[in-house]
Design a protein. Structure first.
Length: 121
């Protein structure tokens, strides 16, 4: 059975484009989407997820609390942060929340897929 990826981003247009781009570059993966940490938490209660890719809009956000809770329930869960801000200013908060990788939101889809390889094997 394939892996399950959960995308979390508050921008519905980015989220859909991101889902479509990721779908075109991954095989045998289920891709779910959520517009908020609260919605994503509901999905995690119903569906086993292997990787979360979450937008981090600001250093202190509900998404960080969501990730902390998700990792507490599943320590092996892989989490990739997407951020508009330069990663160094967020790094400490993201590491303490349990993020595995960090990508600035100026990425291309191939770059993201390369970051996913370790988690999808």
């Amino acid at each position: 059975m394939g892996k399950c990826i959960l995308l979390v981003d508050g921008n519905k247009y980015f989220l859909e484009a991101f889902r479509m781009g990721l779908s075109a570059h991954t095989r045998n993966c289920t891709i779910l989407t959520a517009a908020s940490g609260e919605t994503a938490a509901g999905i995690l209660r119903r569906v086993p997820v292997d990787v979360i890719i979450a937008d981090v809009a600001k250093p202190v956000s509900d998404d960080l609390a969501f990730i902390r809770n998700a990792k507490a329930g599943n320590p092996s869960l892989a989490v990739i942060a997407l951020a508009h801000l330069p990663i160094p200013c967020l790094a400490e908060d993201l590491v303490s929340a349990g993020f595995s990788r960090f990508i600035e939101k100026t990425f291309d889809i191939e770059q993201l897929c390369l970051s996913l390889v370790d988690f999808l094997i």
